[in-house]
Design a protein. Structure first.
Ligand code: GLN
Ligand code: ZN
Length: 762
């Protein structure tokens, strides 16, 4: 039986690639040095996989920024606006073009915007969206894939397997940049270029080539299904001498099973972590000769594989196909896992023994093969680790389980309906129409960051640290009063990150030292790990919220992160449904809401920035998710007094298809990101006749640009055309932590002026 890997993290064990790229961008590193760093990471990765005993090892999975962008360059899909960068010559030209497409270009008198970036399916990895035109042409533009394969082959021999995004998914994951055509119709022009690439790789000696077609696991139209058939029929007819493998992941094939197994390729990879239930149907439909790659080791989480569970899946496949037609693999590219658990020297050894990062996952793939070949010693240690996690008191806390199990509708219900609450709250707060507020954070200056870092290192005492944070908070409050904001925030100076801050105070979470995962380009995140039942041993935010509230007569919002967002931005447990974990977090947040309420905080904002991100890839699975996600939010506000105003905030999202669920959250006030869409996103709320109060963001916080008063007044006018003016709030799009003070002050002063104009004019 063979083993394979689909892709390996490319950031480097110590985030060497991030550091090198950032230095190169800052003009502090030579191009040759950047390439040297990259070459070293690639070689280390290949050797790691070779030493782990993997038979088929990916290459061309490395990328300086993003592998979809690499594919665009390979295929010559370069938007016209980069022509001036393209026209430059010199050693840097090609790299400049590449990074210009990724990050925009402001040099030599040119000012060219970056390409759009979006989430890679349901992961937190972001790719650069290919841009297509009606007259789009394709040709091999960049030769990197051939060079990389040649190098990999020198090291790995026949084991080296080039990986590229498959032609259909490549088109589907891109965007039409002009009207009058459908990108899928470009397939006819695209396929010949793929054929040429595959044949060239074959000529260089490639035995296997992996084509990633994640879209095969999504809802497909008839036309898209036909596109898959046509594409692979054409490829099979004209590519010789290589073995093609189509890789799917993140979902089960479901209704696309027959389509997928009948593609004329040599092997098909399926994700048995996300979709273990698909195995039977796949096995029933697999035609003679097709090899099946079983993704049994979770490529997107940090837990040790349960060998018995994996083996039971593998045995079923072996029984039907024979060992020679089965390949064992991680569920998807390991790009989404942290790199090496061995680097975590500070973890609780009991919990560490339940975990596996990318390097350990390779070991698991190899171990599964060895066990199948009769080496049972490996099974015993695994069984023990799995059993230890299943029964550990660090994971299982009965009181937490009981509370979630006893959940009733009453836990998720406010005392009165919104109209009653709204009247009571209006009497309590006496706000003007178009009340002004902000989303929570204020600029995290170097001073503030250093303060937290020094405190963490032990260079500051608690008193010294708190005194400084108090001062920053007081300054921010005085300043909010001066410019005339109506509802204040404390500024979140004590918080590093909106999830980590809560995770650090909740039981059931742990933090790694080096568990970085690429989010986009050089940006990496280090998600907390939820390993056990979650509880809240003590108040988390009351100290700072009450301190802030005491500094002013104006309403001060308490600031919390919602349960779905905490779940979504963490590595989660795989031993219970996500909804159970979410409900545990929801109860903890609920208790914090009550503590704030009791401490006299009248407005509490529970951010659910990531609710849309959690949406399942397949439409059929969405209603269930939305039900529990909304319910979790309602638990946080359940039983809260009518006079307490619950706010929520959501970052940029499409609301059309989820508006009824947003409404079901029943927050008294929701603030959303809308300014870049010119209030377009409010349409969904208007159509739905959204009844509660709403603050559509009036300015984009992602850029230092200071918006003028008139501009914001006019956006408010547009909002008032769509929704009752008496329900509208005035606020920026999102938190201001990434901004600098000067632009923040100027922008908020203009915003307050815009609200005043609106009060007179609208
Ligand atoms: N309250 C958070 C802040 O202002 C919300 C951030 C977010 O929505 N991403 O920073
Ligand atoms: Zn936001």
């Amino acid at each position: 039986m063979l083993t394979q890997n689909l892709g390996y993290p490319r950031i480097g064990e110590q985030r060497e690639l991030k550091k090198a790229c950032e230095q190169y961008w800052a003009g502090k590193m030579a191009l040759t040095e950047l390439h040297r760093v990259a070459q070293k990471i690639k070689e280390e990765n290949w050797l790691t996989q070779l030493n782990a005993g993997i038979d088929i090892i990916p290459c061309n999975d490395f990328s300086f920024y993003d592998h979809v962008l690499d594919t665009s360059l390979l295929l010559g899909v370069i938007p016209q606006r980069y022509a001036p960068v393209l026209a430059q010559d010199g050693d840097h030209a090609e790299t400049d073009l590449y990074f210009a497409m990724a990050r925009g270009y402001q040099r030599n008198g040119l000012d060219i915007t970056a390409m759009e970036m979006t989430k890679w399916l349901d992961t937190n990895y972001h790719y650069i969206v290919p841009e297509f035109t009606a007259q789009q042409e394709f040709s091999i533009y960049n030769e990197n894939i051939f060079a990389e394969y040649t190098t990999a082959r020198r090291l790995l021999g026949q084991k080296a397997k080039p990986v590229l995004v498959g032609p259909v998914s490549y088109l589907l994951l891109g965007k039409e940049k002009e009207q009058g055509f459908e990108r899928i119709d470009l397939l006819e022009k695209l396929i010949p270029v793929y054929i040429e690439i595959l044949n060239r790789l074959g000529a260089l000696g490639a035995e296997w080539i992996q084509l990633d077609e994640p879209c095969l696991a999504l809802d497909l139209s008839k036309k898209e299904e036909e596109a898959f058939e046509a594409a692979y029929r054409a490829i099979a007819g004209q590519v010789g001498g290589v073995r093609l493998m189509v890789a799917t992941y993140f979902e089960a094939l479901l209704d696309n099973t027959s389509l997928a197994v009948n593609l004329p390729v040599e092997a098909l990879h399926i994700d048995l972590v996300r979709g273990p239930e698909q195995l039977d149907e796949v096995l029933a439909l697999v035609p003679d000769g097709l090899l099946l790659s079983l993704g049994v080791v979770d490529g997107r989480n940090v837990w040790k594989n349960d060998y018995e569970k994996s083996l039971s899946l593998i045995y079923r496949a072996v029984e039907k196909l024979g060992a020679k037609r089965v390949i064992v693999a991680p569920s998807c590219s390991l790009l989404h896992s942290p790199i090496d658990l061995d680097l975590e020297t500070a973890l609780d050894p009991e919990i560490k023994n339940w975990m596996a990062f990318a390097r350990q996952k390779l070991g698991e793939v190899d171990a599964l093969r060895q066990i199948l070949e009769g080496n049972n010693t490996l099974l015993e240690a695994n069984r023990k680790a799995i059993e230890s996690r299943r029964t550990s008191q660090k994971v299982h806390r009965q009181a937490v389980k009981d509370r979630v199990a006893a959940l009733t509708e009453a836990d998720a219900t406010r005392a009165s309906a919104f109209p009653v609450r709204q009247r009571i709250q209006r009497e309590r707060f006496h706000l003007p129409s178009f009340p002004t507020t902000t989303i929570g954070s204020f600029p995290q200056t170097d001073d503030i960051r250093q303060l937290r870092a020094r405190f963490k290192k032990g260079d500051l005492t608690v008193e010294q640290y708190e005194k400084s944070i108090e001062q920053a908070t007081i300054d921010a409050i005085r300043w909010q009063e001066e410019i005339g904001l109506d509802v204040l925030v404390h500024g979140e100076f004590e918080r590093n990150d909106m999830v980590e801050y809560f995770g650090e105070q909740l039981e059931g979470f742990l933090f790694t030292k080096n568990g970085w995962v690429q989010s986009y380009g050089s940006r990496c995140v280090k998600p907390p790990v939820i390993y056990g039942d979650i509880s809240r041993p003590k108040d988390m935010t009351v100290r700072w919220s009450t301190f802030a509230a005491a500094q002013t007569d104006r309403p001060m919002k308490g600031m919390l992160t919602g349960p779905v967002t905490i779940l979504q931005w963490s590595f989660v447990r795989d031993d219970q449904p996500r909804e159970v974990t979410t409900n545990q977090i929801a109860f903890a947040v609920h208790d914090e809401v009550l503590a704030l309420e009791q401490a006299g905080i009248g407005m509490i904002q529970i951010d659910e920035a990531a609710i849309r991100e959690g949406l399942p890839l397949r439409k059929a699975r969405r209603p269930h998710y939305l039900d529990w996600a909304v319910k979790a939010f309602r638990i946080t506000a359940g039983g809260v007094q009518d006079r307490t105003q619950i706010h929520t905030h959501m970052c940029y999202s499409e609301f059309n298809d989820i508006i009824e669920h947003i409404a079901a959250m029943d927050a008294d006030v929701i603030t959303i990101e809308t300014s870049r869409s010119q209030m377009e996103l409010l349409q969904a709320f208007a159509h739905f006749e959204y009844p509660n109060e709403i603050g559509p963001g009036v300015y984009d916080i992602h850029s230092p640009r200071v918006p003028g008063t008139e501009e914001m007044t006019s956006l408010l006018g547009r909002a008032a055309d769509l929704l009752p003016a008496e329900n509208l709030w005035v606020n920026p799009d999102c938190g201001l932590k990434t901004r600098k003070w000067p632009e923040t002050k100027a922008a908020l002063e203009n915003m307050v002026a815009a609200a005043r104009q609106a009060r007179e004019q609208i």
